[in-house]
Design a protein around this ligand. Structure first.
Ligand SMILES: [Zn+2]
Ligand SMILES: [Zn+2]
Length: 154
């Protein structure tokens, strides 16, 4: 450091010093990212059912108004890579997301409003359905119909 001052350079121009001076623009962007990420995580945790990116966006904008769909996609992808979220795939549907901590369960999709719900329980004994000589490794089940809200309306 002494040598630098001798050469007449200000500490700000020295690369080692620059590392510890926070760049206000970068810092603000990081803060915004953290806030948006927190909002997205909160929305998924509070929903208690798998959400599509569009559903996440709609609710999360209440906490982070500047949020856009690109950020939602990017954040969801990151949370899946970190193992915090898992994708719920339904035939012919965009993926939905739920927290990875849940134990084995299945889903119910309302054909009227399109929302996907988590259901408790599992028929479990599907082994008898497995063709002879086949090795069963898992199963996947979706119930369809109308959710309680849509039943009341109709
Ligand atoms: Zn419904
Ligand atoms: Zn099951």
């Amino acid at each position: 450091m002494e040598e630098i001052f001798e050469r007449g350079l200000s500490p700000v121009n020295h690369p080692l010093t620059l590392q510890v001076i926070p760049d206000p623009v970068y810092h603000l962007a990081m803060e915004r990212d953290t806030r948006q990420r927190r909002a997205i995580r909160r929305v998924i945790e509070e929903a208690g059912r798998p959400l599509s990116p569009q559903e996440v966006l709609k609710v999360a904008q209440g906490h982070a108004p500047s949020l856009g769909i690109a950020t939602v996609y990017r954040t969801l992808k990151g949370l899946v890579a970190e193992g915090w979220l898992i994708q719920v795939e339904l035939p012919g549907e965009p993926p939905r997301y739920e927290t990875a901590t849940k134990s084995h369960h299945h889903h119910f999709q309302c054909r009227t409003c399109g929302q996907v719900y988590e259901i408790e329980g599992c028929p479990e004994d599907v082994q008898p359905l497995t063709p002879s000589g086949f090795l069963l490794e898992g199963h996947y089940m979706v119930l369809y119909g109308q959710c309680a809200t849509c039943v009341k309306v109709s």
